[in-house]
Each structure stands twice: as C-alpha cells, then as structure tokens.
Write a protein that binds this ligand. Structure first.
Ligand code: ADP
Ligand code: MG
Length: 414
C-alpha cells in the first residue's frame, strides 16, 4: 500500500540520505515489504544492498543475508552500521559469534550476515528458530546455479533452510545472470517466476533533450502543442506550479492541473485521479507528484528547472513512456539553477556537502555534455553503453563544436 512506500521513502532519506530510489529499487522494496519473494537482477552499482537493508530496518525481525565472501560481508557491515542499522556477521573471522547469536535471539539485529557454508549447517537453523527471521536475502544468487559462472554447492542447501521459515520472504540478488541462469535461480531458491524484477537502465523509447531556458511558459506551450498526449511538468516551487498551470492552460487551451503538497488532500487526490484517467491532461507538479502513480501512457515529462540529481532526473523522466511507445523527456535549464543549487549546498550540514556537490557536478556534466545523454546516464548507473543512442538531442542534432586541438596547433605554429 501507498503508506508503506511513503514510510519506505522517508526511511530512504532518514537512514541512507538518498532523495529517491534508483530504477527498480522501488519495485523490489515494495515487493519485499509486501512479503513477496523476489529475484532482482540489477547491474553492479545499481544499489542492490539497499533493497534488503531498507526493509531490514523497517520490518519486524531480522534479515538473514547469505553472502559468499567475508570481505564483502565486512564492507556491508561497515556501511550498514555507518547508517545506524544493527548488523552483525557469523563468520570464521568474527570471534564474537556468541554475542551475535544472543543479539539475534533478543531481536536486536536488523541484519545477520552469514556465509553459505555456515547457513547450511543444522546449528544455524536451530539458531534461527530461537529468534525471528523477517527476510532471507541471497546475495550473488547466481552461485546457486550450475549455469552461473560461479557455482557454489552450498547454495543448494539454502532452499531447505528457507523452506523451514515459510513466513519469511526471499530476496535473491544478482548482477550477472543470463536467461537460463535466472530460471535456474528461481527454481533452486523457490521463487515464483512472476517474482523476477530485471533492471535495464536503458529506456530506449524515451527521447532525452536538454535546452537552455528562454521563456519557460512559451517553451512549454510549444512542447504541449507538439505533444498532445498526457504529460508531467516538474516545477521547482509550489508558487511556480500554480503560476505555470494557469499560464499554460490559458496559452494552449488544454486541460492543465496543479499538484503540490500545499494543496488540500482532496484536491490533490482529485487531480491525480483525473490525470491517471485522462488521455491528454498535463499535470504541473512539484516532485511530490509521481511516486507510485501507475500511468503507462505519459508521453512527456518536462523539467522547468534542474532536478536535484541524476538519480532524481532518471526517476522523474522514467515516468514517461512506461508503455514502451515513444516519449519525450525535456529539461529547460538556466545557469542560475546551478548557482542557486550550489548556494543551497553551502547551507547543508558540513558532512553532507561533499556528496551533494558531487551530485551537482554529475548533473552539470549531463546538462553540459555535447555527447550522447543516454550514454552518460547509463554510465552513471554502471552500464557500458554504446557511444551514441540515436535518440537524444545531441545524437539527433550534434552541437557544433570547435576542434580545440586543431585550434591549439594553429596557435602554436603561428
Ligand atoms: P550493487 O550491490 O548493486 O553493486 P550497492 O548496493 O553496492 O550496489 O550500491 C552501489 C552504490 O549506489 C552505493 O554507493 C550506494 O550507496 C549507492 N546507492 C544505492 N542506492 C542509491 C540511491 N537510491 N540513490 C543514490 N545512491 C544509491
Ligand atoms: Mg552488492
């Protein structure tokens, strides 16, 4: 339900300090919180850990994480603890295992990491029976399959262990699984086929464009004339949302409604329902709008100013074209957006500034690149894309560039 995901989003911010879920994270977390077993295939760097660490922090009971490498476990322990999540590991390298067992039995652990060799011992099942298991997370789940590139026989013993705890959902995670391996993982770990979630970061039907802002109402009105289908326009403030909604309705004669957290709950609900049902309505909104809204035929998402980060941009533009038909993502930006954003960063607490600055730099790179936008986006999420996609502004209409090396050579030889 929506309230559960609202809670998840609040926890995402509070515990991890992130503004938005990335890609399918949201979908995986929703399934896990709903108790549905899931296989998540997400590229490296996509943020798989969060899909069990966040539920582990929210659910009653402990998330048991099976992970094949002690070094990996210890990395995870460190980062989980740094976020204030109660985590421990039962490995040969951890001497305090009696303490860990006690903590588990007392319900004091959010996360319990264990290697597959230990997990498959009878003593471990006995231990689990003395506490409360909320969730099993099987990391590097391709190890369960002989088709995978790293078969580990002990992974085969996880199924009987998990079968002994029917109340705990299973979450299998892998970055590298072809179709054959995926099917095998589902079978070996007892996850229903409909429980598979595959992250492809590429959204080939979305055409990305990023333009200088001149007159935003005029530019948006033109976009609305070219694109008659349903659209979402993100504006930076509540006031801007209302202003733009009124201006655009007047200028285009199309149905345009506002959405922001300052509107009465009734009006918000009504506008949202109207949008979902409509084939041509445009919603002007703050980022309060969009999460959990299921409308596959959104034909464009526009930003009237820069989003918060590449992650936010990807998530917000990702609401366009979920039906797979062509859709547009257009951002209108001005240099002032970055000036204002940098000022805001200077005001946040010291510890967060560096991270925030990095996020802004990454966003600036996306905005300023003369090269393929999609390639930059995908690389940001750890995918190795082709040089150019043929479906973004820079690929379709390459910006004129001066050959700087040529210029330098001429200057030097002069
Ligand atoms: P994986 O296990 O898929 O390789 P990780 O869980 O190690 O990925 O996460 C990769 C990086 O992405 C980590 O630095 C993590 O903090 C970061 N990350 C995860 N989720 C998000 C998010 N929603 N927003 C921003 N950064 C995220
Ligand atoms: Mg990982």
């Amino acid at each position: 339900p929506a309230t559960q995901m609202d809670e998840a989003r609040a926890a995402l911010r509070r515990i991890f300090g992130f503004d938005s879920f990335r890609g399918v994270q949201e979908q995986v977390v929703a399934r896990v919180l709903g108790g549905q077993s899931t296989l998540a295939v997400m590229p490296t760097g996509a943020g798989k850990s969060l899909t069990y660490q966040l539920p582990a922090a929210l659910l009653d009971g402990t998330c048991v994480v099976i992970s094949p490498l002690i070094a990996l476990m210890h990395d995870q322990l460190r980062s989980a603890r740094a976020n204030g999540i109660a985590a421990a590991a039962l490995t040969s390298a951890d001497a305090d295992w009696r303490e860990t067992a006690d903590a588990f039995c007392n319900g004091a652990l959010d996360l319990l990491y264990v290697a597959p060799e230990r997990a498959s011992q009878p003593g471990f099942r006995d231990l689990l029976n003395r506490g409360r298991v909320a969730l099993f997370a099987v990391d590097e789940a391709h190890c369960v399959s002989e088709w995978g590139h790293d078969f580990r026989p002990d992974y085969r013993l996880l199924r009987p262990l998990m079968d002994g705890f029917p109340g705990a959902a299973r979450l299998a995670l892998t970055a590298t699984a072809d179709a054959h391996t995926r099917a095998d993982i589902l079978e070996q770990l007892g996850i229903p086929a409909e429980g598979m979630v595959v992250a492809g970061f590429d959204r080939p039907n979305i055409r990305y464009a990023i333009r200088h802002r001149q007159s935003v109402p005029a530019q948006l009105a033109q976009l609305m004339e070219e694109e008659p289908g349903p659209g979402i326009i993100y504006a930076p403030t509540r006031r801007k949302v209302e202003e733009l909604a009124a201006q655009l309705e007047r200028a285009t004669g199309r149905e345009v409604r506002p959405y922001h957290a300052g509107l009465p709950a009734e009006e918000r609900a009504e506008n949202q329902a109207a949008f979902v049902a409509s084939e041509d309505m445009v919603m002007v909104a703050t980022i309060a709008f969009g999460m959990g809204i299921d409308k596959p035929d959104v034909r464009f998402v526009a930003h009237a100013g820069i989003p918060k980060s590449i992650e936010a941009y990807y998530q917000e533009t990702g609401r366009a074209g979920r039906d797979g038909d062509p859709a547009l993502a257009v951002m209108f930006w001005g240099a002032g957006d970055f000036v204002a954003a940098r000022q805001r960063v200077a005001e946040v607490e010291e510890a967060r500034q560096q991270g925030e600055r990095k996020r802004l730099d990454a966003l600036a790179a996306l905005v300023e690149t003369p090269q393929c936008r999609r390639a930059l986006l995908l690389r940001h999420f750890g995918e190795e894309p082709p040089q150019s996609c043929g479906n973004c502004d820079n690929c379709l209409d390459p910006p004129a560039m001066i050959d700087a090396t040529e210029l330098a050579r001429k200057l030097l030889s002069a």
